[in-house]
Write a protein that binds this ligand. Structure first.
Ligand code: BJW
Length: 230
C-alpha cells in the first residue's frame, strides 16, 4: 500500500455482521415482515411513527450487546498507521467503528445513538427510547423527535466532504455493502474517474457493483481486513 496516499473507505452492514448486527438484505434482513423501505422513509414515519420508533428503539438497545470485530479493529489500525489523507465513510448507524478507535469517520446515513428534533433541528446524543411523546430538550416541542437517521428520499450527510475525498482518492476500499443503495453505490465509479485509483471490494459474495472493481477479496471482514492491513 506504499504508493497510495489518499485513502477512502466505504463500509456497509457486512462490516458489523460478525459482531451480531443484522444486515438489511440477507436472509434475516427483514424486520417483523416489513421491507426496510417501509420503515426507513419519511412517509413511513408520518404514517406510523410508533412502529418506526419501535424499530429504532430495538436496534438502539441491541447496540449494548455487540462489540467491534477484528475487521473494525483492523481499520482503526490502518488509520493510525496511514501517512496520507484518510477518510472512513460508513453507511452503518451503529457505533462500532468509533468503539474500535476510528476517528476520521463520517456516518453518511446517521447514527442510532443520536436523535433530532424536526421542529428546531437540534441533534442530541440519545441512548434511551424515543416515542411520539418525547419532548425536545432544546425547543420543548412534543412530537418532533426522530432518530438521527437518513431515510430513503433524504440527503445523506456530509456529501460534499465525501465527494471531494473521492475525487482525490488513489485507494478506495468498498467493504461489506450490497451496492444497492445510492449515492453510496456510485462511489466506486466516482473514485475510478481518477484512472490511477486502486479499487478493492471486500465481500463474502458478488454484489451489484462487483464488476467495477479490479481487485476483489472474497471472505469475511474479520479475517480478510486484518490480513490486508498487516
Ligand atoms: C459481508 C459479511 C461479512 C455480510 N464480511 N461482507 C433508483 C436509482 C438510483 C437511486 C434511487 C432510485 N430510486 C430511489 C433512489 C434513491 C435511494 C436508493 O438508492 N434507493 C435504492 C433502493 C434504489 N437512495 C436514497 O434515497 C438516499 N438519498 C438520496 O439518494 O438522496 C438524493 C441524493 C442525490 C444525489 C446525491 C446525493 C443524494 C438515502 C438512502 C438512505 C438509506 N438508508 C438506509 C436505512 C437507514 C439506516 C438504518 O435504518 O439503519 O441505510 S437503507 C439501508 O441500506 C441502510 C444501509 O446503510 C443501506 C445500505 O445497505 P448495505 O450496508 O449495503 O447492507 P446490505 O444488507 O444491503 O448488504 C450487506 C452486504 O454485506 C452484502 O453484500 C453481504 O454479502 C455482505 N456481508 N456479511 C463481508 N462478514
Amino acid at each position: 500500500m506504499s504508493a497510495e496516499r489518499n485513502i477512502v473507505i466505504l463500509t456497509g452492514a457486512g462490516m458489523s455482521a460478525e459482531s451480531g448486527v443484522p444486515t438489511f438484505r440477507g436472509v434475516d434482513g427483514l424486520w417483523e415482515g416489513h421491507r426496510i423501505e417501509e420503515v426507513a422513509s419519511p412517509d413511513a414515519f408520518r404514517r406510523n411513527p410508533e412502529l418506526v420508533h419501535r424499530f429504532y428503539n430495538l436496534r438502539r438497545a441491541a447496540l449494548n450487546t455487540v462489540e467491534p470485530n477484528a475487521g473494525h479493529l483492523a481499520l482503526a489500525k490502518l488509520e493510525r498507521e496511514w501517512r496520507g489523507n484518510f477518510l472512513l465513510v460508513t453507511q452503518n448507524v451503529d457505533d462500532l467503528h468509533e468503539r474500535a478507535g476510528s476517528e476520521k469517520l463520517i456516518h453518511m446515513h446517521g447514527e442510532l445513538r443520536k436523535a433530532r428534533c424536526e421542529c428546531c433541528g437540534a441533534v442530541f446524543p440519545w441512548t434511551q427510547e424515543l416515542s411520539s411523546g418525547t419532548r425536545c430538550r432544546a425547543c420543548g416541542e412534543i412530537g418532533g423527535m426522530r432518530p438521527h437517521i437518513v431515510w430513503f428520499g433524504e440527503m445523506p450527510f456530509e456529501m460534499e466532504t465525501i465527494m471531494n475525498a473521492l475525487k482525490s482518492a488513489d485507494l478506495f476500499l468498498c467493504i461489506g455493502t450490497s451496492g444497492m443503495v445510492y449515492p453510496a453505490a456510485g462511489f466506486a465509479q466516482m473514485a475510478a474517474q481518477n484512472r490511477a485509483c486502486r479499487l478493492v471490494e471486500f465481500n463474502i459474495e458478488s454484489t451489484e457493483i462487483s464488476r467495477q472493481f479490479r481487485e476483489r477479496v472474497i471472505g469475511p471482514v474479520s479475517v480478510e481486513l486484518p490480513k490486508f492491513v498487516e
